[in-house]
Ligand binder design. Sequence first.
Ligand code: GLA
Length: 383
Amino acid sequence: MLLDKISNLFKEKYSTSGAVFAAPGRVNLIGEHTDYNLGFVLPGAIDKAIFLEIRLNGTDSFNVASVDFNEETTFKADGQKSSYSWANYIIGVIMEIKEISGKVSQGFDCVFGGNVPLGGGMSSSAALESAFAFAINELNGFGLSKMELAKVGQMAEHHYAGVRCGIMDQFASLHGEEGKLMKLDCRSLEYELVPFKLQDHKVILLDTNVKHSLASTEYNVRRGQCEEGVAAIAKRHPEVHSLRDVTPEMLEVVRSEVDPVTMMRCEYVVEENIRLSNACKALAAGDIQTFGKEMFGSHEGLSKKYAVSCQELDFLVDIAKSTPGVIGSRMMGGGFGGCTISVVANEVHDQFVQNATVEFEKQFGQKPLVYDVVISSGARRLS
Ligand code: GLA
């Protein structure tokens, strides 16, 4: 088992044991590409995590070994990047803690591993950042809040992985609670816990196995297009600072002044915030059908207007749409690969998975991976 593997290697290297921490990946039910537009998201932490065993070593050297990659490295807190991409997230976290809080972590010895699928859209990188941010904060007694640690992870992603991501993934990995989604206002950073224990339905992820590293996709391009749209709208509406502030009516007024592609990207974001709001109201009212309809709407927008889907994701959502008992389905996360998330009536679960697997394999020559989602707790110390 993963934790044994980590602890055995730690013992072998350091002849003792250390403190053990975990931070999970996340799902997001609806509200995609809205976080960096300061809108709303609805994520939850999942039962797949990065685990690490760690002890401070009283030096200024950081010794880290990855059991999954079978690689290890040593670095100092001088911001120099590593040739191992996984190490750059850790270096990023140490440097951003220093940047944001002025606190410098002692050196440490660490062994880590995880079971969040890499590049699967479940935020393995945020889990890695959050696990280290959480552990470093605890062991050094820095007293940073979870929200501050989420910002540390987000900035590590910006400056050390080259992805100008929003706050959703790191927020969810740190704040997650069992059985609860979180409706996060990405402007005020206030959030509401939303109980999410479905009786008659299951939430499933189907992983296309199309891997992405967001740095090599058009993720940053989309962010730039949103900023362009905001700049155009702000000429008439100086009070507008993000797409969060924009209404469909405002968009209509500037339509002829904005590049049509930029316009379409902005439309998607404005509509996605409205869909999320409708979906949350429906969930509160126990109206899962409407919730699911908004999920399908979200996918349509992500695929056609925001153009961050891919043929494998579209294929899986089309199968979901044509399967009675599948309430809603959409691509999840940054896009360009990764998984779909679907809400499915219990009685059609097996049949949907079977059907999607067979059809997907016929079309693309390999089976999608299937995960049942369990909404779990966020970053924590295990021992
Ligand atoms: C990635 C980013 C998040 C968010 C999603 C899209 O997961 O890390 O900040 O923008 O894409 O919703």
